[in-house]
Ligand binder design. Structure first.
Ligand SMILES: Cc1cc2nc3c(=O)[nH]c(=O)nc-3n(C[C@H](O)[C@H](O)[C@H](O)COP(=O)(O)OP(=O)(O)OC[C@H]3O[C@@H](n4cnc5c(N)ncnc54)[C@H](O)[C@@H]3O)c2cc1C
Ligand code: FES
Length: 265
């Protein structure tokens, strides 16, 4: 984990009130793992007191040895509003890489990913890393859901790797009308994958974990709770876990990725 003041290289709108940001990063980010996150704040100490967490969306290693870290973020409040106004050349304070990872390696042949809106951020990094490890991406699939077509962000990153993309929108504006769990359950009944990895709103994660459990498929879910200290020192990010793991876990210290079977439903 490294804290550094770094430079923004790109901060481009990608639709749906979201932006993709590229930051210069220390060489150690070359070893960042899909599922890990960073926290940001403004270097002059202005803005919100608490650092804001964002999943690593990609890591780019240039021929000259420099490393860039990509983030995909949705503008929802004060911090992300201010971040969206920053231009290339501006500086942010970057802390990371933090947290655990999806724990999926090249031995998993059929990996399904389930994204709710901005939940595509860490899954695109996972897809890219699996492709680099030689996994046959045509055997993998993305199930992406949103309220409307605007929420279907970054699907091209998965399609470009050869993955099948099953898109759903609640208003029926793009893809299949309804919730992302409908095609997931339907396809899982026909030919279940080796593992399901998901990131999105908590109700979606609970439903995905339930579908996986019913079919005996391992699942790994990345939880994006509101965070306060980010260091395991408060209860700001506590999630209740169930079964043999009954209790409370801290997303910042124990996650953000958990076995789906741990989620209380
Ligand atoms: C491990 C982790 C990874 C994350 N990765 C990403 C990512 O890749 N891209 C991205 O856009 N966001 C991500 N988030 C969420 C991101 O941290 C928040 O959107 C951000 O902190 C909001 O800051 P703000 O000051 O702009 O909004 P605030 O003013 O803090 O909040 C605005 C509104 O959004 C709500 N809100 C804030 N955080 C969350 C949250 N985590 N979940 C649901 N509602 C929330 C608040 O309750 C409030 O209603 C992640 C969160 C975690 C914990
Ligand atoms: S945010 Fe304080 S314990 Fe996780």
């Amino acid at each position: 984990m490294i804290q550094t003041e770094t430079v923004i290289r790109a901060n481009d709108p990608v639709g749906g009130g979201c932006r993709r940001m590229m930051l210069d990063a220390p060489p150690e980010y070359g070893n960042a793992r899909p599922g890990q996150f960073v926290t940001l704040r403004f270097p002059d100490g202005s803005g919100p007191l608490l650092r804001r967490p964002f999943s690593i969306h990609g890591v780019v290693k240039a021929a000259d040895g420099t490393v860039g870290v990509e983030l995909l973020y949705k503008v929802v409040g004060g911090f992300t509003q201010r971040l969206s106004a920053m231009r290339p050349g501006g500086a942010v304070d970057l802390l990371g890489p933090l947290g655990n990872d999806f724990g999926v390696d090249a031995s998993a042949r059929r990996v399904w990913m389930v994204a709710g809106g901005i939940g595509a951020a860490p899954l695109a990094f996972l897809a890219r890393r699996l492709a680099e490890m030689g996994v046959d991406m045509a055997s993998c699939a993305l199930f992406m859901g949103g309220r409307s077509a605007d929420d279907l962000i970054s699907t091209e990153r998965f399609a470009d790797l050869g993955m099948a993309v099953h898109a759903t929108t609640e208003d029926g504006g793009a893809g299949e009308a309804g919730l992302v769990t409908a095609p997931l359950a339907r396809e899982a009944a026909i030919s279940p994958p080796d593992v399901i990895c998901a990131c999105g709103p908590m109700p979606m994660l609970r439903a995905v974990a339930g579908i996986a459990e019913a079919r005996g498929i391992p699942s790994r879910v990345s939880i994006e709770t509101v965070m306060a200290c980010g260091l395991g020192a408060c209860l700001g990010c506590a999630v209740e876990t169930a079964g043999d793991e009954k209790g409370y876990r801290h997303v910042c210290r124990d996650g953000p990725v958990f076995d789906g079977g741990w989620l209380k439903r």
